[in-house]
Design a protein around this ligand. Sequence first.
Ligand SMILES: O=C(O)CCC(=O)C(=O)O
Ligand SMILES: [Fe+2]
Length: 380
Amino acid sequence: MMSETAALPILDLSMADSLHQKQQLLGQLHDALFNVGFLYIKNHGIPQEKIKALTSLLPALFDQTNEAKASLSKMNSPHFLGYSGFAEEVTLGQKDLREQFDFATELPIVYDPKGSTSDTSEGKDFSKLYYRLRGPNQWPYEKNVPGFRKAFLEYHDELQALSYRFVHLIEEAFDIPVGTFDAFFQRLTSASNAAYKHHVPPQHRIKLVKYPALPSGLARENQGVGAHKDSSGWLTFLHQVGEEEGLEVLDASGSWIRAPPIEGTFVVNFGNAFEAATEGAVKATIHRVITQGPRLKPRYSIPFFQGLPLDLTVNEVRQCIPDHVRALRPVSERPNSLVSSFLDPRWDSLGESQLRKWIRSHENIAIKWYGNEVVSYYLQ
Ligand SMILES: O=C(O)CCC(=O)C(=O)O
Ligand SMILES: [Fe+2]
C-alpha cells in the first residue's frame, strides 16, 4: 500500500550555523533518527558545480561501448569494485533492473593475491581475508570519459567531509561528546577515543547507478532494486540525479512512502551497523527502487556509503553508544527483528560481515578471488 500523505523530514543543515536554530535542528534530527530513520538534508554546503561535474558525466560513463564496460567488470576485482551489467544483480531472488559502477575511496593494493601480504605499512597483519576487500578502483580510460577521475575524486572528498560533519550532528543529537565516532574514521581529535587508534582507515563506497528508460508500452512496476537495508556502511548519503522518481521507503506501519528527488538535497539513511550498534533504536530503514514505465529518460542515482574500519567489532562500536540512546528503542520491538549479520557472534568484525555480504551477492567473483572453501563457509 502506498501512503501519499506521509512526508519524510527535510533538515536544513545551515541551521547548524546559528546557536538558536541549531537546537531546533538537533530536535528535528533526534526525531528523524529515532522515529523515521530516513531524511533529506538541504543547504549541506557542497557546491552544486562539484555535484554537476560528476553527474554530467554519467551518460558518457554508461554510454561507453559494451567492450569498454566489460573491461572494467567487477569480476577483475577482489574488492568487488567495478562494473556490473544490466540485471546482473539479484535482490530477494529477483533481478535488479539497473546497471552500476562500484567505486570507493582510492587505495593502494594492500594484499598480494599469491597469499603473502604486500603492504604492512599500517603495521597491520593483513592475513585476515577481509582485508582483501580493500583496494583500488577500476577507472575508465580518460579518453572514454574525460574528466571522470578528477570529478569523482572531488565528489568523494566533498561527501566524505559532509558525512563526517553530519556524524558530529548525530553525536550532538545523541547527547554524547562531539568527536566520539571520529576514531572510526581515523580522525583523531581530542574527544575521540585513543583506544580505537589501531584501526585501519575506512574505505567509503560510491555507486553510480543507472535505471534505464522504459518504453511507453511497459507500464507495469518493475524492481529497480529490491527492498533492502543498506549494509555497506555507517550512514548512506544518496544523490538522486534529475527528476525521475522511483525510490520508496517502508514506514513503521508497513506502507511504502515515495521519496522523490528534491533539488539541492541528499537523502540520508542508516546502515545495518548503525542499527546493530544502537540495538535498533535507530533503524536501518528498508527501501527499494521501483522502475515504472513509461519513462522516457533513464534515472541515475549516486549512493555514498560511509565506510567503517573492517576490523571494528560490534562491541567496540557499542561501547561508544550510551544506554540512554539504546533505551529509545520502542518497547514493542521484537528482539528477533534486530538480527543482522553484524550482530551474529560468528562474524566478529564488520570486515567479516562485509565479506559475507559480498560473497553472497557475487558468488562467481568470490569463487575466483577467495576460493570455493571460503565461499562455502560464508554461504552456510
Ligand atoms: O537508486 C536509489 O535511489 C537507491 C539505491 C539504493 O538504495 C542502494 O543502492 O542501496
Ligand atoms: Fe539502499
